[in-house]
Design a protein around this ligand. Sequence first.
Ligand code: MGD
Ligand code: MGD
Ligand code: MO
Length: 732
Amino acid sequence: MSDLKIVRATSAFDCGGRCPIKLHVRDNRIIRIEGDDIADPDQQLRTCLRCRAYRQYIHHPNRLMYPQKRVGKRGEGKFERISWDEALDTLAGELTRVKDTYGNQGIFLATGGGYLAALHNGGFAAARLLAQFGGYVTHYGNISSEGAVWASLTQYGSVMVGHSRDDMLNAKLIILWGWDPARMISGTNTMYHVIKAKENGARVIAIDPRYHDTAATVADEWIPIYPGTDTAVMVAMANVMIKENLHDQAFLDKYTMGFDKFKEYVMGQEDGVEKTPDWAAEISGLNADTIERLAREYATTKPAALMDCQGPARSAMGEQYNRCAATLSAMTGNVGRPGGSACGGLMGIPVGHMFRMSAIPPGKNPFELDGPRVKGTLDIRERVIKRVHINKIFDAILHGKKSGYPADIRMMWSMCNNYMNQTANSNKADKALRKLEFLCVNELFMTAQARYADLLLPVTSAAERSDLTRPWPSGPYFTFINRALEPLGECKSDFEIVSELAERLGMKDFNPHTEDQWLKMLVELNPEYQKHIKDYDKFRQDGIHRVQLKKPYVAFQKQIEDPENNPFDTPSGKIEIYSQRVADIDHPLCPPIPKYMQTPEDRFDPLIKKYPLQLLSPHPKNRVHSELYEVEWLREVEPHRAWINPVDAKPRGIKDGDEINVYNDRGKVAINAWVTERIIPGVICIFEGSWYDPDENGIDRGACANTLTNDAYSGGGASVLNTCLVQVTKAL
Ligand SMILES: Nc1nc2c(c(=O)[nH]1)N[C@H]1C(S)=C(S)[C@@H](COP(=O)(O)OP(=O)(O)OC[C@H]3O[C@@H](n4cnc5c(=O)[nH]c(N)nc54)[C@H](O)[C@@H]3O)O[C@H]1N2
Ligand SMILES: Nc1nc2c(c(=O)[nH]1)N[C@H]1C(S)=C(S)[C@@H](COP(=O)(O)OP(=O)(O)OC[C@H]3O[C@@H](n4cnc5c(=O)[nH]c(N)nc54)[C@H](O)[C@@H]3O)O[C@H]1N2
Ligand SMILES: [Mo]
């Protein structure tokens, strides 16, 4: 037996947290995991269940250990072991063949959030290689938060709309509006501070179709709401505030523009419909008096933190929810104020945040020429890079140029994602993946998407390489992964794979440095690291650098305290409740002021007669999307079940634990029911990320939520994942 070594690291999951962990390693195996060991509880970053199960994930028997090529039919999952030489020759050959036959626009690169670190993120390396190779097609639009990004850029001209979590202790009222940090973490230290704030006397209200874990733990009140109707309630709250003169007119006059136009809409001067609490009650399922009470409480309790997030914004008019929340925040003077919240759904602060890692852009500015509002654009810098919306990848593969997409895609190279499972309409993705001439997938596991590969390249895990990571989203700290293990089996990092491919394609000096040289350079050449980290070796040794803020960070505090010298980064320099830039886009689903609108597959779509339930697909507690799916310890934590209210279960003859079918025109899944009053009647919930697994009748036995969802995007570019109508029956 070799000596025990203890290695300081983090995972690189796209999971809401970023936790320092200590990996105990013997004989190239992780035998134990410890969490953060700092004594001060205010600083401790406590690891959640997913990193606690990290070693079962890293050493899982189903890890891919050598390169393989397809031998059965596409998607059948039959593979044969091959050498790395054969694998890399095949990939180099296919890239060259497609380029020579169709041009570079035949090559699609799918990257993703599967690995959130700087150096070994295959997406960056592959993008660099393919740019040198003459170009490629890829995706645009942040699948997580494009609605929130769009709203924040519109309203504030910035995506850094968060406060450091310790500022929650200054809040007297916290409204969790579609936010469940006990499950989605939202920064490792978030729940700690939510609980502290509660102990400190803050009242906590949760507004959500589900009585979620955070509500169950800390909320004083749960207000159930129908999905997609939040904006109506917010607009009616504005109506109450205006009528009762509870809004902060001085704040609006000084810091915002366009409130009058919003007021005209709210009071009904614009369209003849006054947006009263009764109006919103009809839409949302709330009582009119609840809406009135909520409006009064939010307007008169100071400071108050309205915490909107991204789940409700991943929907057919999602950006309106974040814009309207930000408008309420301005109406109550909570922007830029300790204990308040600017809203906007993104929650990031500019210290250590992963959006600040140049590698992970915060979505494209919608108003730039190559932004997401412009369909199928050419990237101006590279000229050769074409893009399709992330929720339309498979539609683009199927329909190509004749349907207005910028390219006819012939081959796909995929890494750090499982999009056939994670973007909408998995049955369509199945058809698209079968249509491709060639598919290469770099992966750790035989995921739903990997099964379709012609070529499977086994990738090392975050424990098998060193790298730089950052928190998600609230900081303030920087993290370092120290390599704990030698690569398992024949695994290589994406960066190594791409580098070896570059050689085969005749590119020189693609990867001229060692891992440690690269990492040192990345830290020493980056001004943001340099501002905080003076000693690279110490950072590496500690695995973390905590930034000590003198006081809690508050978004836009400068703009509020000294507006003359600190205008907002919008055309007017103010918070834009009315946006001329949006008016100029002239898109019916992108009004220049925030508005509630009806959309396909909302509860007023006549389709609801056929498909009477709204489907929600939030993120799973026991996984990171579809990652960790096979980890048995985590499966035990929470079986994959559909939440359904007794009011909906009973008339369908469904009892708790029964197998049910959930279906619409796009697909059908089989899943067990959890009959529970923790979800509002009329809505069912299936957590995203379970692996698509259709049987011979086309019923998805894996119960992947995206077998049911719609591959559309909203006016602001949000992926429509939470606007979806279904029917449920007891399985025969
Ligand atoms: N219905 C529904 N669907 C959703 C959502 C929803 O709310 N509802 N949420 C959406 C959101 S916010 C997101 S961010 C997406 C996530 O979508 P994806 O990024 O596709 O999701 P993951 O399941 O995290 O897939 C990451 C994959 O990368 C692999 N991987 C990990 N590390 C590496 C590496 O170093 N190299 C390579 N090559 N591969 C690696 C993992 O094994 C895993 O299979 O899902 C979206 N899908
Ligand atoms: N455990 C875990 N944590 C994660 C992830 C994970 O996969 N697993 N993924 C990470 C990633 S990439 C992201 S982007 C974030 C996502 O974080 P979020 O976007 O905040 O997460 P969601 O789970 O989509 O939704 C949050 C809540 O919104 C509610 N909701 C949905 N629709 C509506 C609506 O119309 N109105 C209201 N009021 N509520 C609604 C859901 O019931 C849920 O409780 O989470 C991160 N954290
Ligand atoms: Mo995400």
